[in-house]
Structure formats: structure tokens, C-alpha cells
Write a protein of this length. Structure first.
Length: 568
């Protein structure tokens, strides 16, 4: 969630990381190349998106006319752009919000004919693959995930992107400028070339609705100043200020409507038009926005304006559709340009062209790839030593004799510091000096987002593959998130196939648990992975197969044959 009122440094850093790691330049280029060649399946594969249907089967089940309309949408589908705009977890994280459905197109009156994308299931840390589906969207009553105390996540939400085609359909991408409150010339807070509009050119009074960009700026400025009432009034939104009186078991007290509206990163002038578009698609006249852990904001059409009220989560009508995140806040990329967080050249080319229509761009566009890891300075034995990764290890100014003495001291129960401690922290998941920590975070972020070319580039540049993340996982544990065929031969000679993560799970255990492909499971078995391992909770690979997998009969059979007494 981007806080437009202050755009704090941590949110600026998060947005930069999302843009750099979640949709890297190579992904945009490959997906675009395949789309332009008419290969929508190849475009999806390039964007780390699985496809769960077959066009021929759609034609057989629903008829040629439906299949032809679907094929037309798929020819113009930009999966890399959808990933760019997809909803993400807040609080400093960059991963996709789990358990979300993005409805791309739907046939009125026939829920079986819905093109939609699903985000990963309940795994904030897990693989970041998306799935494109065609069929009915079911079991979508939203719930709050209370198993993640550090997050407030509304799960099982369907976002109606069929009324927001600019987020995924290349025929509509230029509409982004208008949809964020702008006009044919410019987006709010930006000049036509995408540069920030000077403060002295922003409105100091209500400019009226004849200038849509200025009107949107005025409403946002009121909201950012803390005057939510005036911002809503300027946008034609009538606020029911009754609030919600929480039950005692939720802490008691009244949550004020205006206070909630003031904290949400709203773009007030967008709301009425976005709700109108949803209504014109046949989704009704009432919608809701997830607000806090306990309340939602309900919007109701009232002529050309809106009414807004606060509703407790338990009182929310389960039939109400949600207003998609992308429709009630200022687009993060427009905010990024406004605040100078990300240069226009690093935005997705389709987004860049929409937000800076008067600017001629050269070059491919998109986030840059990883650079070569630079040196870091470490305080060691009273001196400053310069260290750097090369050839898969941390190069440091210590000979082998000095390093043997350090290891002997550690074996005898002593402690080590400086260069030796930094190398151990890289390989065991401990604290690192700032420069090395930044390099580890970049490598692990590219791993998490499935950026195999980026990971290979960092390893080629000398990064140590024996890195561990905060959960104690190695790159072998992370293979479900990556192109394992490119990485596995490189990792097996240097990493322990039976290494345990913080939960006591081996790479095979994690691959089975996180729905890694049967081919990857077979590859680990061929490499010699043990099949009788148990984690710290005494959960076996066999039990995980019984719980979660229907495609690993070959492994289940082998476990039964070789370890008949193993607990399932």
C-alpha cells in the first residue's frame, strides 16, 4: 500500500524494489516479443504465469464464438503488464497479495465463461507464479488471514479488472492517464512529459471539473493535508460519519469514518467514475474497499456522486463486489514520478508511454538488471578491510593459516568477528554489514520473484551461492520459485542436498510442500535426495504428499516400498 500523503522513505524503497525485482526488464522484453509474434502462451511463460485451460477444450465446451472472443483477448493480453499492476502485500514487502482473483473478462449471465488470474495461495513467502484460468470463479467470500500477525490481509477477493482493461489489455493501456484522474494531455501532478508538476502550478483553490487533472490534484491535496471531509466533498462523495462501534472482544470503541478515509491512500476524484464503470458492467450500485482489520468502506452510487459509510467486517454483505485496489488509489507509478522515486525510463514501457505522452523515449525501458556486486568495508581486528565477492566466495585479506585459526577458535567455543563473521553470516543467515546485506537482499529478492536470469547474472558476477535467507533456506530450497533446470546443475556441486532450513526441512521437503513440479522432484531424487526426512514437527515428506499432492504417486510408492514404517 503506497502512502501518498507523505511517501515515506520505506515506501519509496519498497516501490523501487517492486519495480526492479517483480517484473525485470528481461521479462518485459521476452513477454512482449512473444505477444507481438502471436504466441500468447509463450508470453505467459515468459511472465511466470501458468495457463490452466486449453483453447480447443473451451471451443468444445462453450462453442466457437466464445473461443474466438477469448482468443482475441489473449492476442492482446500482456501478462507482464498484469504482473506489474497486480496487488501486493504491504508493510515493506514486495510479494503478491495471496488468494486474490483478477477477473479480466466475463460473459454476463454465464459465470462459467470468466477469464481470470489467481495469485498464489496463502503463501506470502512462497513462489510468485500467477495462474491464468477460464471458467467459474468460486468460493470467494472474503476472509481475514489471522495466522499472519504482522499483516492485515483480506483474502479471497475478486478484483473486477474487466472494467479496468488498461491494466492488462494493450489496446487500452493509454487509458491509464485518464483513469488516474488525468486527461488527454497529462496525468495529475505530472507535466505532459512525465516530469513532476511544480508546486506553484498546482491548484490552490477548487479549479472545477473542466480541468480533470487539476480537479484530481485538488482533491488529493485536500486529502493529503488531512482534511478528508473536504476531499470527499470536492469529489462529490457524501460521507456517513456514524462510524463503527467495535465489540469488546475486538477492543471496543468507535472507529470514525472520516479517520479511516483520512488514513487510506485514496485518490478521491477517481472513485465516482470507477464505481460508475463497474456499475455499467452490471456489477450493481454498491461496492466496498478493504480498510482496516475490522472495517470496510462501502460506496453507494447516488446520482453522479457517491455515498460512503463504514461497515464492520462481520456486517459486510457477502454479495457486494470489491472496488479493485487499482481503482481507488493513485497509481503507484504516477506517485513514483511525482516524488522522483523511480525514473520514467525504468517504468514498464506501456505505463511510461501512458504517463508521459509528450516524451520521446529511447532504449528498451523497464527496470535495469543487476549490477556487479561492489566491494564492502568491514571492521576486522581493529582495521578496515575491503572484501568483495569473486568466484563464488567472499574474497578477504586473510591467508589460509589465519582462517584456520579462526575456525579452530570457533570450534573451541570462541567467537569470531570481522571478515570471518561476515562470511559465516552470509552462509548461515546472520547479520551482515550494510553493503553486503544489500547484496544479499537483492539476490534473495530476485530468487523470491522468480528472476532466474537475474540470479544467474549475480552468480556469474561472483556472488556466493551458499547464501541463506531469514528462514534458513538455501538456493536449493528456493528451486520451486525459479527455472530449476538452469540452476540445479550449478548448485549441486556446492550445496548440501540435505541442508535443513529453520523448520528442519530439506530442499526435497520444501519442493513437495510448495508444489514444485514432479520433474523437479524427480531431479532431486536422481541427485540422491533422502525420502525419509522429517522436519522439526516430525512431519514427513510422505505426510505432505498425503495432504497436498495428487501428482507424486511415483514418490509415494517409493516411500511405501523403502520405508513401510514411515508415518503418513
Amino acid at each position: 500500500m503506497i502512502d501518498t500523503r507523505a511517501f515515506p522513505p520505506q515506501e519509496a524503497s519498497r516501490l523501487r524494489r517492486i519495480r526492479r525485482y517483480a517484473v525485470p526488464r528481461w521479462m518485459i522484453e521476452r513477454a512482449s516479443e512473444r505477444r507481438l509474434a502471436g504466441d500468447w502462451l509463450g508470453a505467459c511463460a515468459a511472465a511466470n504465469m501458468d495457463v490452466a485451460f486449453d483453447l480447443a477444450e473451451v471451443a468444445d465446451e462453450h462453442g466457437r464464438e466464445v473461443a474466438a472472443a477469448l482468443a482475441d483477448d489473449l492476442r492482446h493480453f500482456a501478462p507482464d503488464l498484469l504482473r506489474w499492476h497486480a496487488p501486493r502485500v504491504g508493510r515493506g514487502r514486495t510479494t503478491l497479495a495471496p488468494d486474490q482473483v483478477l477477473v479480466l473478462s466475463a460473459t454476463p449471465g454465464d459465470p462459467r465463461r470468466t477469464l481470470h488470474v489467481t495469485t498464489p495461495r496463502q503463501l506470502v513467502h512462497g513462489p510468485q507464479r500467477l495462474t491464468l484460468r477460464f471458467g467459474a470463479v468460486t468460493d470467494l467470500w472474503p476472509y481475514l488471514n489471522t495466522d499472519l500477525p504482522y499483516l492485515t490481509l483480506w483474502h479471497n477477493i475478486a478484483h473486477r479488472w474487466d472494467a479496468a482493461r488498461h491494466l492488462w489489455d494493450v489496446r487500452h493501456t493509454d487509458e491509464l492517464r485518464e483513469r488516474c484522474g488525468g486527461d488527454a494531455r497529462r496525468a495529475p501532478f505530472l507535466e505532459p512529459d512525465g516530469t513532476p508538476r511544480p508546486a506553484d502550478r498546482l491548484p490552490s483553490a477548487d479549479p472545477g471539473r473542466d480541468d480533470p487533472a487539476a480537479h484530481a490534484e485538488w482533491a488529493v491535496l485536500l486529502h493529503e493535508s488531512g482534511d478528508a471531509r473536504a476531499a470527499m466533498a470536492a469529489a462529490g462523495i457524501t460521507v456517513d460519519e456514524a462510524g463503527v462501534d467495535l465489540d469488546e472482544y475486538l477492543g471496543g470503541g468507535v472507529i470514525e469514518t472520516v479517520d479511516v478515509l483520512a488514513r487510506l491512500p485514496l485518490a478521491p476524484a477517481r472513485l465516482a467514475d470507477e464505481v460508475r464503470r463497474l456499475s455499467e458492467r452490471g456489477h450493481g450500485d454498491e461496492y466496498w474497499i478493504p480498510a482496516t482489520q475490522h472495517v470496510a468502506v462501502v460506496l453507494r452510487r447516488a446520482g453522479e456522486g457517491l455515498g460512503a459509510e463504514l461497515v464492520g467486517r462481520d456486517d459486510l454483505d457477502e454479495d457486494l463486489p470489491v472496488v479493485p485496489d487499482a481503482s481507488w488509489r493513485m497509481p503507484p507509478d504516477a506517485d513514483a514520478l511525482r516524488h522522483g522515486v523511480v525514473p520514467a525510463e525504468e517504468l514498464h514501457p506501456l505505463v511510461r508511454d501512458a504517463l508521459a505522452p509528450a516524451r520521446a523515449f529511447t532504449g528498451p525501458g523497464g527496470p535495469p538488471g543487476p549490477g556487479r556486486p561492489g566491494p564492502a568495508r568491514i571492521r576486522c581486528r581493529g582495521e578496515w578491510h575491503e572484501v568483495a565477492f569473486r568466484d563464488g566466495a567472499l574474497g578477504m585479506p586473510h591467508d589460509e593459516g589465519e582462517r584456520r585459526r579462526e575456525r579452530a577458535l570457533l570450534a573451541l567455543g570462541g567467537s569470531v568477528g570481522g571478515c570471518e563473521a561476515a562470511e559465516r553470516a552470509w552462509r548461515e543467515g546472520g547479520r551482515l554489514p550494510k553493503a553486503l546485506d544489500a547484496q544479499r537482499r537483492e539476490l534473495l529478492a530476485r530468487v523470491q520473484h522468480g528472476d532466474t536470469p537475474g540470479v544467474l547474472a549475480l552468480l556469474d558476477a561472483g556472488a556466493d551461492p551458499r547464501v541463506r535467507d531469514a528462514r534458513g533456506r538455501t538456493l536449493l530450497h528456493a528451486l520451486p520459485q525459479l527455472d530449476w533446470e538452469a540452476l540445479l546443475p550449478r548448485l549441486l556441486p556446492v550445496l548440501d542436498l540435505e541442508a535443513r532450513d529453520g523448520a528442519g526441512r530439506t530442499p526435497l521437503h520444501v519442493v513437495v510442500f510448495e508444489e514444485g513440479s514432479p520433474a523437479l522432484v524427480r531431479a532431486l531424487l536422481d541427485a540422491g535426495a533422502r525420502i525419509d526426512a522429517q522436519d522439526d514437527d516430525e512431519i514427513t515428506v510422505a505426510r505432505v504428499i498425503d495432504w497436498r499432492r495428487t501428482d507424486l504417486d511415483f514418490l509415494a510408492k517409493r516411500i511405501e516400498e523403502e520405508h513401510p514404517d514411515l508415518e503418513w
